[in-house]
Write a new protein. Sequence first.
Length: 140
Amino acid sequence: MLMRTDPFRDLDRLTQQVFGTPARPAVMPMDAWREGDEFYAELDLPGIDPESLDLDIERNVVTIKASRPELDPERSMIAAERTRGVFSRQLFLGENLDTDAIRADYRDGVLRLVIPVAEKAKPRKIEVTRNHDGHQAINA
């Protein structure tokens, strides 16, 4: 039987497995949402040693780094699809978030970040007063 091969299709399939696609990222897939005055981000990091997790923040960018140990070269692997070595992801946060109060928790293979909304970004009431001379003053 003659089989036709398409080297570009194979290259595309390999690229998707290594780097993922926009619909299915290969490393650290994430869900993010807002509840009240807090934003949440959950990143899947199964099998990661919590000691290997490293979170840094600089201005409004959170960098998450993790590592999974290399496979034992003596093993005769049938499939090896999980990312190995050191990998990272950056989250760009808005200016309205309180980056000084970020909390992180790693449980059951999921890293959860809780990021509160900054006080200056929360809605507030503005008091309107009336001066005796007919001009209005607005105090925030």
